[in-house]
Design a protein around this ligand. Structure first.
Ligand code: NAG
Ligand code: NAG
Ligand code: NAG
Ligand code: NAG
Ligand code: NAG
Ligand code: NAG
Ligand code: NAG
Ligand code: NAG
Ligand code: NAG
Ligand code: NAG
Ligand code: NAG
Ligand code: NAG
Length: 791
C-alpha cells in the first residue's frame, strides 16, 4: 500500500516536472556521461557474481546514442537558456529475486556530478554502506530525496542538512545509527568518552533544524536513539513527521504543537516517556497521530477527540490512562482507533456508535465488561480487536454479514454460547481468533471462504474434529478443546496449511498417515491426545516441518530413522514465515504451547521461525535412537523423555549444533554419554536422568556449565566435575557381584552422595574454575524471548 502511494506520488512528480520538458533539446553531455557511468557501475555490481542474464528493466533505454532526456526514469527541465537533468526515479533497480550480490554506495558517485538534480529517488535498492555525504554536498538543488529501504548504515552525514531546499526527506528502513560525524571531530579532546555501542547509536542530529523547507521527514525504522531534538520545532512547514520504530527516549518536546501544519505525526515503537503534550491541541490539521508502543504516561486528554480532522489515533501500548468518567462527544470522524491497554473499564464506549467511518478498532487489554454491542457489529469495521477483556455474552450474527470485516479477535474474554450459525458464510473474514472463551457448537465453513487464520483454541468445542474450512487456511488451531475421535482425512484438503495445532484434545486412533501428504506444514502439534500405533515413516516428506510435537500420546514402535531427513529441521530458514506478514499492523497470534526448557511454554507466533523442535516425549516408543537424528542441525529442542528407548546415545548427537534443550530422561539408555557432547555449544538445558548411563560426563565449554545434579540423577554410575564425582582411572563400568552394572543404590558415586557436597563445593570448584565466564556465557546464550503481542 505504502509502495503504491509512493509510486503514485513519484508518478505525479514526474508528470509535473515533465510539463516543461522539451523533446527538441538534448541533455548536457557531461550529465549523460555521468548517467552512463552510473549504469555501468551498477551493472558491474549486479553481475559480478552472476552469469545469469537478467533484464535491466528501464535501464535498457539508457544508451549513448540517444538523448538522455528521452531515457526512462530521467526527467529534464528546460530553462530559458539551458536544459538539465532534474529528476531521477531510480527505485527498484535491483531485479527480483535479489541476486547474490551487494550494491555499494559507490555506485552513486557519478550522480553527484549532476548538480541540477531536484529529485532523487534511489529507494528500495538494497544499497550498502555509508551515505556519501561529500557527494550529496554537490546536490544543492535537491528538493526531494528518497533513500528508503536500503542498507545504509552508520550516521546521517551533516552535508544533508545543508541542502536548504529540501522539502521531502525519506531515510526510512535503513540501518542508520551513528551520530552526526561532525560531532566526533569536536569531541577529539574528550579523554573519558566511552565509544561503546550506546554512543554509536547516536541521536537525531540537531542540525536537522536547518532544513527549514522540510515538509515531510521520515527516519522510520532505523536505530536512532536519544531525544527528539527541539530544533525540529524550527521546521514550521512540517506536515508529515515519521520517527516510528527507533530507540528514541525522553519526552516529546512540549512545544511540538507549534508545528501548526502537521497532518501526520508518528512516533510509535520508541521509548518515549512523559505525557501527551497539550500543545498538540494546536495542530488543527492533524489527521494521524501515532504514539502507540512507547512509555508514555498520564491521562489521555479528551480534547484529542475535539480535533476535527483527526482520523487515525493510535495510543495503545503505553502507560496512558483513560478517564472512564469523561464524557466524550467526538468532533472527529475516526478511521483507526487503538486504545489497547489504556485502562478502559465499563462497557465498550457508546460514543463510538456514530463513528460510522471506523475501519480499525483495537480495545484489547483493558477491563471492558458487558456484551458485544449490536451497534459495533453494524459499524462494518474492517478490524475489531477486543482480546483480553472481560466481555460476556455471544457474538452478534450481524458481524458475519459484513463485507468489510476481515479481522475479528475477541480472544480471551468470557464470551460463551453457540457460535452464530451464519459464521460459516462469512465472505470477508480472513482472521478469526476466538481463543480463550467458552464458545461451543461448530460451524461449517465455505471452502471458498477467505479465512486464513483460525484460532478456536481453549474453548468448549467438542465432538469429532471438524474438517470443513476455507481451502486457503494457513493456520488452524483447535487445541485445548474437547474434540474426540479420529482425525478426519479431509484435513488433507487444506493444501496451504502451514500450522496445525490440536494439542490437549481427546483425539484417538492410529497415527494419521495422511498427515505426510500435507506438504506445506511447518508446525504440527498433536501433543497430549490419545494417538496410538507407530509414527509414520513418510512424515519425513514434510520438508518444511520445523516444529513437531507428538508428546503425551500412546505411540509405540521405533522412532523412524527417516525423521533425520526432515529438511526444515536441518536448515535454518532464512525467510520469515508468511504468518502475520499479510497485515499492516503488527500482531501476534495465539502462542504455540510446547514443552520448551522443561516446562510448557508459549512460543510467540511472530517468531516461530526461530524455533525448531522435535518432541516425542511421554509415549511408549522403544528401540534405539536412530543416529540419523544427529543430522537435524537446526534443531533447538529435542525431547524424547518418558519412553522406553534403549541402546546408546548416538555419537552423531554431537552434530546438533543449534541444540539448546535436550531431554532424554526416563528411558533405558545405556553406555556412556558420547564425548561429542563437548561440541554442543548452545546447550543450556540437559536432562539425562533416569537411564542406565555410566562413565564420565563429557567436558566442554558448555557441558561444564551444566552442573545441575538432577540432570544426571538415577543412572548407573556417572562421574565428572559436573556432579562432583571423581572418575576412576579406568573407565570400565563398575560391575557388581552378580555381573550387572551397578545400580544407583550400590554405586559408590551415586548422585545423592555428590548432591550433599554440592552447595559447599559449588563456588570453590566450579565458580573458581569457570569464573565469570560461566555466567556471561549462559546469559548470552539464553534464547531471546520476544515480547508477546497476541490478539
Ligand atoms: C563475488 O565475486 C568476488 C570476486 O569477483 C568474490 O571475491 C566474492 O566472494 C563473490 N561473492 C559471492 C557472494 O559469491
Ligand atoms: C537507444 O535507445 C533508444 C531508445 O531510448 C532506441 O530507440 C535505440 O534503438 C537505442 N540504440 C541502441 C544502439 O541500442
Ligand atoms: C556499513 O556497511 C558496510 C558494507 O556492508 C560495512 O563494510 C561497514 O562496516 C558498515 N559500517 C557499520 C558502521 O556498520
Ligand atoms: C562534485 O561535483 C564536482 C564537479 O562536477 C565533481 O568533480 C566532484 O567529484 C563532485 N563531488 C563528489 C564528492 O562527487
Ligand atoms: C545550521 O545553521 C546554522 C545557522 O543557522 C549554521 O551555523 C550551521 O553551520 C548550520 N549547520 C549545518 C550543518 O549546515
Ligand atoms: C522495526 O525495525 C526493525 C529493524 O530496525 C525491523 O526488523 C522490524 O521489523 C521493525 N518493526 C516494525 C513493526 O516495523
Ligand atoms: C501551512 O499551510 C498553509 C496552507 O497550505 C500555507 O499557506 C502556510 O504557509 C503553511 N505554513 C507554513 C509555516 O509553512
Ligand atoms: C526501551 O528500553 C528498554 C530498557 O529500558 C530496552 O530494553 C528496549 O530495547 C528499549 N526499546 C527500544 C525500542 O529502544
Ligand atoms: C470517576 O468517578 C468516580 C466516582 O464518581 C471517582 O471515584 C473516580 O476517582 C473518578 N475517576 C477519575 C479518573 O476521575
Ligand atoms: C456523534 O454524536 C454526537 C452527539 O449526538 C454529536 O455531537 C457528534 O457530532 C456526532 N459525531 C459524529 C462524527 O457524527
Ligand atoms: C465467566 O462467566 C461465567 C458465567 O457465564 C462466570 O461464572 C465466570 O465467573 C466468568 N469468568 C470470569 C473470569 O469473569
Ligand atoms: C478424554 O477421553 C477420556 C477417555 O478416553 C475421558 O476419560 C476424558 O474425560 C476425556 N477428556 C475430555 C476433556 O473430554
Amino acid at each position: 500500500m505504502a509502495r503504491l502511494t509512493h509510486l503514485l506520488l513519484t508518478y505525479f512528480l514526474h508528470m509535473i516536472l515533465n510539463l516543461s520538458h522539451s523533446p527538441s533539446l538534448c541533455c548536457p553531455q557531461d550529465q549523460k556521461e555521468a548517467l552512463l557511468q552510473f549504469k555501468s557501475l551498477l551493472v558491474a555490481d549486479l553481475f559480478r557474481n552472476n552469469s545469469v542474464d537478467t533484464s535491466l528493466g528501464d535501464l535498457e533505454s539508457w544508451n549513448s546514442s540517444s538523448d538522455c532526456c528521452q531515457w526512462k526514469m530521467v526527467t529534464c527541465h528546460t530553462g530559458s537558456s539551458s536544459h538539465q537533468v532534474t529528476g531521477l526515479n531510480l527505485y527498484y533497480l535491483i531485479p527480483l529475486p535479489p541476486l547474490n550480490t551487494a550494491v555499494t554506495s559507490d555506485v552513486l558517485t557519478p550522480l553527484f556530478r549532476i548538480k541540477s538534480l531536484m529529485l532523487l529517488d534511489i529507494s528500495s535498492n538494497s544499497i550498502q554502506g555509508e551515505i556519501p555525504g561529500f557527494g550529496f554536498a554537490n546536490l544543492t538543488h535537491l528538493v526531494h530525496l528518497d533513500m528508503r529501504q536500503n542498507s545504509f548504515n552508520s550516521s546521517i552525514p551533516p552535508q544533508l542538512f545543508r541542502l536548504k531546499y529540501l522539502q521531502d526527506l525519506d531515510l526510512s528502513s535503513n540501518s542508520l545509527e551513528g551520530m552526526l560525524s561532525g560531532h566526533l571531530g569536536n569531541l577529539r579532546n574528550l579523554k573519558l568518552l566511552n565509544l561503546d555501542e550506546n554512543f554509536l547509536h547516536g541521536n537525531i542530529p540537531t542540525e536537522i533544524g536547518n532544513l527549514t523547507e522540510l515538509q515531510t521527514l521520515s527516519l522510520r525504522q532505523n536505530k536512532l536513539s536519544g531525544g527528539i531534538p527541539s530544533s525540529l520545532l524550527n521546521l514550521r512547514k512540517m506536515e508529515v513527521l515519521d520517527l516510528r520504530n527507533n530507540s528514541l527516549s525522553m519526552e516529546i518536546p512540549a512545544d511540538i504543537g507549534n508545528l501548526l501544519n502537521m497532518s501526520s505525526f508518528a512516533l510509535s515503537k520508541n521509548n518515549l516517556t512523559g505525557g501527551i503534550p497539550s500543545s498538540i491541541r494546536k495542530m488543527s490539521k492533524l489527521e494521524t497521530l501515532r504514539l502507540d508502543n512507547n512509555l508514555l504516561s498520564g491521562e489521555i486528554p479528551a480534547w484529542l477527540f475535539d480535533l476535527e480532522e483527526v482520523k487515525n489515533l493510535h495510543l495503545g501500548g503505553n502507560r496512558l490512562i483513560w478517564n472512564n468518567n469523561a464524557t466524550i462527544v467526538p468532533k472527529c470522524v475516526l478511521s483507526e482507533l487503538s486504545l489497547r491497554s489504556c485502562g478502559l473499564s465499563g462497557h465498550i464506549p457508546v460514543w463510538l456508535t456514530n463513528q460510522t467511518g471506523l475501519n480499525f478498532l483495537d480495545l484489547s487489554e483493558n477491563e471492558l465488561q458487558g456484551p458485544f454491542p449490536q451497534w459495533l457489529a453494524e459499524l462494518d469495521a474492517g478490524t475489531i480487536i477486543l482480546s483480553d477483556n472481560k466481555l460476556t455474552g455471544s457474538l452478534p450474527p450481524r458481524l458475519f454479514q459484513s463485507r468489510s470485516l476481515s479481522v475479528l479477535a475477541p480472544s480471551r474474554n468470557n464470551f460463551s454460547g453457540e457460535l452464530p450459525e451464519n459464521i460459516g458464510e462469512t465472505s470477508a473474514v480472513m482472521v478469526l481468533m476466538l481463543s480463550g472463551n467458552n464458545f461451543s457448537g461448530f460451524p461449517v465453513f465455505d471452502p471458498e471462504a477467505l479465512l486464513a487464520y483460525i484460532d478456536f483454541s481453549s474453548n468448549r468445542f467438542s465432538g469429532e474434529v471438524p474438517s470443513t474450512f476455507g481451502k486457503n487456511t494457513l493456520m488452524l488451531s483447535l487445541s485445548q478443546n474437547e474434540f474426540s475421535g479420529h482425525l478426519p482425512q479431509n484435513l488433507s484438503n487444506l493444501s496451504q496449511l502451514e500450522h496445525l495445532d490440536l494439542h490437549d484434545d481427546n483425539i484417538t486412533g492410529e497415527f494419521p498417515a495422511f498427515l505426510s501428504q500435507m506438504s506445506s506444514l511447518q508446525i504440527l502439534n498433536l501433543g497430549n491426545n490419545s494417538l496410538e500405533g507407530s509414527i509414520s515413516n513418510d512424515l519425513s516428506n514434510l520438508s518444511s516441518l520445523r516444529i513437531l510435537d507428538l508428546s503425551d500420546n500412546k505411540l509405540t514402535g521405533n522412532v523412524p530413522s527417516s525423521l533425520g531427513n526432515l529438511r526444515g529441521m536441518v536448515d535454518t530458514p532464512d525467510l520469515l514465515s508468511s504468518l502475520s506478514d499479510m497485515f499492516s499492523f503488527s500482531i501476534e497470534f495465539q502462542d504455540l504451547f510446547v514443552n520448551w526448557k522443561r516446562s510448557k511454554q508459549g512460543l510467540s507466533s511472530r517468531n516461530l521461525d526461530v524455533y525448531s523442535l522435535l518432541d516425542l516425549s511421554k509415549n511408549q516408543l522403544s528401540g534405539e535412537i536412530p543416529a540419523s537424528l544427529g543430522g537435524l542441525k537446526a534443531l533447538k529442542s529435542l525431547n524424547m523423555s518418558f519412553n522406553s528407548i534403549s541402546g546408546e546415545i548416538p555419537l552423531s548427537f554431537g552434530n546438533l549444533e543449534s541444540l539448546e534443550t535436550l531431554d532424554l530422561s526416563h528411558n533405558n539408555l545405556s553406555g556412556e554419554i558420547p564425548q561429542t557432547f563437548a561440541k554442543l555449544l548452545q546447550l543450556s538445558t540437559l536432562d539425562l536422568s533416569n537411564n542406565k548411563l555410566r562413565g564420565p560426563i563429557p567436558e566442554g565449554p558448555q557441558m561444564n556449565t551444566l552442573i545441575d545434579p538432577s540432570s544426571y540423577a538415577n543412572n548407573s554410575g556417572l562421574c565428572g566435575m559436573q556432579i562432583q564425582v571423581a572418575c576412576q582411572e579406568v573407565s570400565a563400568p563398575p560391575v557388581s557381584e552378580n555381573g550387572e552394572p551397578e545400580s544407583k543404590e550400590t554405586s559408590l558415586f551415586s548422585w545423592e552422595f555428590a548432591g550433599i557436597g554440592f552447595p559447599v563445593g559449588f563456588f570453590s570448584a566450579v565458580g573458581v574454575a569457570y569464573g565469570i565466564g560461566y555466567f556471561d556465557n549462559t546469559t548470552r546464550r539464553r534464547l531471546h524471548r520476544p515480547p508477546i503481542r497476541r490478539i
